[in-house]
Design a protein around this ligand. Structure first.
Ligand code: SF4
Ligand code: SF4
Length: 314
């Protein structure tokens, strides 16, 4: 029972508030679901568990907002076309910027705004709440260049530590989303929902309020087709049991029939970030998302991706 009358009533008021301010997906996880869970039994790294932010944490609210399909697909298609007003050398940065603005920044701010509103609502009812940025942090560190802050100590193969340096987010919204029953991790290292596949962003709110939990996903959502990994021109997404890519996230085996509450895959963020330097022909970011058939196949895709999906379907 809550200070304000009942967990059901409070849960409904939180969800209603989130939806009215632009969240399309809302789920609740009890904090116990942040204990290691099957199939991979991953523990949150030190400093990233809900109780690291709020020792009395009882529930985590996961909120999600889809990115519109043309926002994801059109920049990738247009970057491959000859255009009247945009010379070739400007096309890629121009459409990266378009995607970054309306496919990233808008959701990032809106989800932070919604989290702030939910946090204030909980606080007004006498509860504590912790909120987070939607994406990673980019701190200024004396004596380190931007690249050093972004990139890990070594690229794939040599890294026995995290390939991340100091840009990761303080809390994993993807792990919160699966624990709140909104979806399942896919082979692309993103959370898939039945409604939108990998095409959404998440944020989370940690609270000491008692809220009614949502059930975990019980049927696989990821089709295990591998299109996301094959679509990546940098080959930077690998399965965690791939023996050729050993690091702190490696596992001996993955049960491919299990529901992925934790991710079965990993992405080398340095390779992803360097895609344009290493491959001047690399597409606007997000082919791993565009190729995924969950949530409905997109038809407005660059030729390379269309061929890849056609081959898989035939
Ligand atoms: S954004 Fe591009 S380079 Fe990065 S993981 Fe996805 S497909 Fe690979
Ligand atoms: S492309 Fe296939 S394997 Fe990758 S996340 Fe989507 S359904 Fe899963």
């Amino acid at each position: 029972m809550n200070k304000d009358g009942g967990s059901g009533e409070l849960t409904a008021s939180v969800k209603d508030l989130a939806m009215r301010h632009g969240a399309v997906l809302v789920g609740v996880a009890p904090v116990e679901r942040f204990d290691p869970l099957p199939p991979l039994h991953d523990a949150a790294p030190g400093g990233h568990h809900p109780r690291d932010f709020l020792p009395e944490a009882r529930a985590i609210i996961s909120i999600g907002q889809p990115v519109m399909n043309p926002v994801i697909d059109a920049p990738a298609v247009l970057a491959t076309r000859e255009l009247e007003m945009i010379p070739e050398h400007v096309r890629y940065p121009y459409f990266e910027a378009l995607y970054g603005e309306v496919g990233h920044l808008v959701q990032d701010y809106m989800l932070e705004f919604i989290a702030q509103i939910i946090g204030q609502h909980l606080m007004s009812l006498g509860h504590e709440a912790m909120i987070f940025p939607t994406t990673g942090l980019h701190p200024h560190v004396e004596g380190m260049t931007d690249a050093e802050i972004w990139e890990g100590p070594a690229s794939r193969g040599a890294n026995k530590f995290s390939p991340f340096r100091y840009t990761f987010g303080p809390f994993s919204h993807r792990h919160a989303a699966t624990r709140a029953g909104l979806g399942e991790f896919g082979y692309g290292n993103l959370v898939l929902t039945r409604q939108f596949g990998p095409r959404q962003r998440f944020n989370s709110i940690v609270t000491d309020a008692e809220l009614d939990p949502d059930p975990l996903v019980t049927e696989p959502i990821c089709r295990r087709c591998g299109l996301c990994q094959r679509a990546c021109i940098m080959e930077c997404i690998t399965m965690r049991d791939d023996a050729s890519v050993r690091d702190y996230r490696s596992v001996a085996t993955i049960d491919r029939h299990a529901i992925f509450i934790d991710t079965p895959a990993k992405t080398d963020p340095t390779l992803c970030r360097r895609r344009r330097e290493d491959r001047p022909d690399s597409p606007v970011r997000g082919d791993c998302v565009r190729a995924c058939p969950v949530g409905g196949r997109s038809e407005h895709l660059p030729e390379r991706l269309r061929r890849l999906i056609d081959d898989w379907e035939s």
